[in-house]
Design a protein around this ligand. Structure first.
Ligand code: ZN
Length: 436
């Protein structure tokens, strides 16, 4: 109930930062609150500051380390044993579901940490990804994507929603929990992983290193919903070449038209995938008309309107359901390109991610549902995503639960500040129920 009060205030334009108003203090006195929730609320300024610090470091692919140092620092200050876990360069050869590494892993690490309580062997793994997608369209943004501007109850910036806000909320949740319950039982595992946005190999390496708790929560921006499923995703690079010629002397179909034929064929494949409606994919079709999307994320080539390009290329992403493995999805994509366009090369890169479903009713979901209800006065919705997350690699109970956000992978990304606090409250309470 209280976090809704915060949300309402932020909507009515009153600041959610800074010292509490008198009415906040009165409501704190009137409503007997959990010490853990109280400890979270007192850290609201810290939470905003930490999220801002993280957003101001542009941790795009290959540049994750400065942001990882901040996370490692915070965890060490909380008393965690922190280690850096690198990803083996050959991971794609040993694991058919690993992504194809876009870069070498030297000097690029995951942060993973443990904190043991007094006794007991229960554990909860809290996780988030530090990498953000690029923002080469800064001119289109209302606020500088790396400035982490606070306005109208929102924190703006690349990665604010996806997902440095959630990561900061989880760290603050741990800090609040440790203050309120210093002699907890069991173990808290925490990880901040790389490459969630292109391979998922960061999470895989962290899990392989033994950071698999009895249950895992990931702070993706689920809108305070229990997000338990995601579609499969593969990436491919299509390339067509020609010798390059003046159009007056050119012969045959030029490279761009061959590439267009290939892309149109992929559109037909996309339509087929969405028409088949296998029973296994019922949950995706219940949530979306067209859950399995083709995206052309990169398209380019050529230098001059009156010259045929020597090479043109497209970077594509294709979604698919539980009825296909990534390997089968790759085969379908390859066949679609080969059938429609001669001389278009396909290379697979990035994701080889299977569709996944975690139970929305297991003990973790029940715990989180009850915690969410105690904060908000109503049960959270469950949600499936027409995209993927690192949750797919976690073998045990795992849910994404995080703030309300918008503009993900787009211009003007933001995260709702009140929902960051609500996320931290829910995670801190889950830690308390689970580990005390
Ligand atoms: Zn994300």
């Amino acid at each position: 109930v209280r976090s809704r009060a915060i949300a309402d205030k932020s909507r009515s334009g009153r600041s959610t930062i800074g010292p509490f108003s008198l009415s906040d203090w009165i409501s704190t006195l009137v409503v007997v609150q959990d010490l853990v929730v109280d400890a979270v609320r007192r850290r609201q300024p810290d939470l905003i500051q930490l999220a801002q610090r993280l957003v101001r470091v542009p941790s795009v692919l290959g540049a994750e380390e400065p942001a990882q140092r901040i996370v490692a620092e915070v965890l060490a200050a909380l008393g965690f044993t922190v280690e850096r876990i690198s990803v083996p360069d050959g991971i794609a050869e040993t694991d058919v579901l690993a992504g194809y590494p876009p870069l070498r892993y030297e000097g690029r690490t995951n942060v993973a940490a443990r904190l043991r309580g007094t006794a007991g062997d229960k554990s909860l793994h809290l996780s988030g990804h530090i990498d953000v997608v690029p923002s080469d369209d800064a001119d289109c943004w209302t606020y500088d994507p790396w400035a982490a501007t606070l306005a109208n109850g929102r924190l703006h910036g690349r990665g604010a929603g996806d997902m440095k806000g959630g990561l900061a909320a989880y760290l603050i949740a741990v800090a609040a929990f440790l203050e309120a319950c210093p002699s907890f039982r069991g173990e808290i595992l925490f990880s901040s992983v790389i490459e969630e946005e292109c391979t998922g190999n960061g999470m895989k390496a962290v899990l392989d290193a033994g950071y698999d708790g009895d249950a895992t929560l990931i702070g993706e921006p689920s809108g305070l919903r229990l997000q338990h499923a995601g579609v499969g995703v593969i990436w491919a690079q299509l390339q067509a070449r020609s010798s390059g010629a003046h159009p007056a002397f050119a012969t045959g179909e030029s490279a761009p038209f061959r590439l267009l034929n290939a892309l149109n064929s992929l559109r037909r494949l996309e339509a087929t995938l969405n028409q088949r409606q296998h029973d296994a994919d019922r949950l995706f079709f219940n949530a979306f008309d067209r859950p399995f999307r083709l995206n052309i994320g990169r398209l380019g080539g050529g230098t001059w309107p009156s010259s045929e390009p020597v090479a043109v290329s497209a970077g594509v992403r294709l979604g698919f359901g539980l009825s296909l493995s990534p390997r089968q999805a790759q085969a379908s994509l390859l066949a679609a390109v080969n059938d429609a366009a001669a001389g278009v090369d396909v290379t697979f890169e990035g994701f080889r991610a299977p569709a996944y479903v975690h139970s929305p009713d297991d003990f973790l979901a029940q715990e989180l549902r009850s915690v969410h209800s105690s904060i908000h006065g109503e049960e959270p919705e469950t949600r499936v995503l027409a995209g993927t997350t690192d949750a797919r690699s976690v073998p045990g109970p795992c849910l994404c639960y995080g703030p309300i956000a918008g503009g993900l992978h787009a211009v003007d990304e933001w995260v709702d500040v009140a929902s960051l606090i609500a996320t931290a409250e829910a995670v801190a309470l889950t830690l308390k129920r689970w580990l005390t």
